[in-house]
Design a binder for this molecule. Structure first.
Ligand SMILES: [Zn+2]
Length: 230
């Protein structure tokens, strides 16, 4: 058992399993799967289901090689429930790390192939720092570091915001979020993420539109909300 309480929904995992998720979202799901045995098992089931429905698909008869491959996949009873066996490796020095605020954070193995796409840290209002990840595509991926006792002004979303906690914890009006938690927020949600005294937080976020600040003086930040979206 893990402490993870927030997981990607089945729709996202099914897109991941059948390979239709965009590259940035796939990195986020990969990183969550590294931390979450529950979702690894769910993805393995979805992949089995996908393989079986492909095998039943009418139309062109399958070549011998393809049908032998399908047979092999479907009859493997002791198959690793992780889509990639590398999950079981301990975190080693060869894994990518991220340094911020004098601390070194190990990154998910999903970043092994993307370490050179991580930009420098820039400061944001509210003792926050952001490092952009150049994944291509429409949505914007950033590492967000929240120092101890810091807060992001209350905001809502013009699109979808996905946050994966990598280290530490943060709280909002509803919950406390711990490493591995995968949080999806939409225009229906308004929240004020913050950290407690003595506890910082490193997250990975994916935004498909700029944030919209909703409370008091923070609304003055709206012209700058693009800062969180690039
Ligand atoms: Zn999960």
């Amino acid at each position: 058992m893990t402490d993870i309480r927030f997981h990607p929904n089945t729709d996202i995992l099914a897109c991941y399993a059948n390979g239709t998720l965009d590259p940035a979202a796939s990195i986020l799901i990969n990183a969550h799967l590294e931390l979450c045995p529950h979702c690894r098992q769910h993805v393995a089931q979805l992949e089995d289901h996908e393989a079986q429905s492909l095998a039943r698909m009418p139309g062109e008869p399958m070549t011998d090689v393809l049908s032998a491959m399908m047979q092999h996949i479907l009859t493997q009873t002791d198959r690793d429930t992780t889509p990639f066996a590398a999950h079981r490796e301990p975190v080693s020095a060869s894994n990518p790390t991220l340094t911020v605020n004098g601390k070194v954070f190990p990154l998910p193995r999903a970043f092994k192939a993307h370490a050179d796409q991580i930009g420098p840290w820039t400061r944001l209002p509210g003792h926050l720092k952001r490092a952009h990840v150049a994944t291509g595509g429409e949505s914007q991926m950033n590492f967000i570091y929240m120092d101890c006792d810091s807060a992001l002004p209350q905001h809502t979303h013009q699109g979808q915001e996905i946050t994966l906690v990598l280290a530490g914890e943060f709280v909002d009006e509803n919950n406390t979020y711990l490493p591995g938690d995968f949080i999806v927020r939409t225009p229906a949600h308004t929240h004020t993420p913050k950290t407690r005294p003595g506890m910082d937080c490193l997250c990975l976020t994916l935004l498909d539109a700029p944030l919209h600040f909703t409370s008091g003086l923070a609304t003055l930040l709206n012209p700058f909300s693009q800062l969180f979206f690039r």
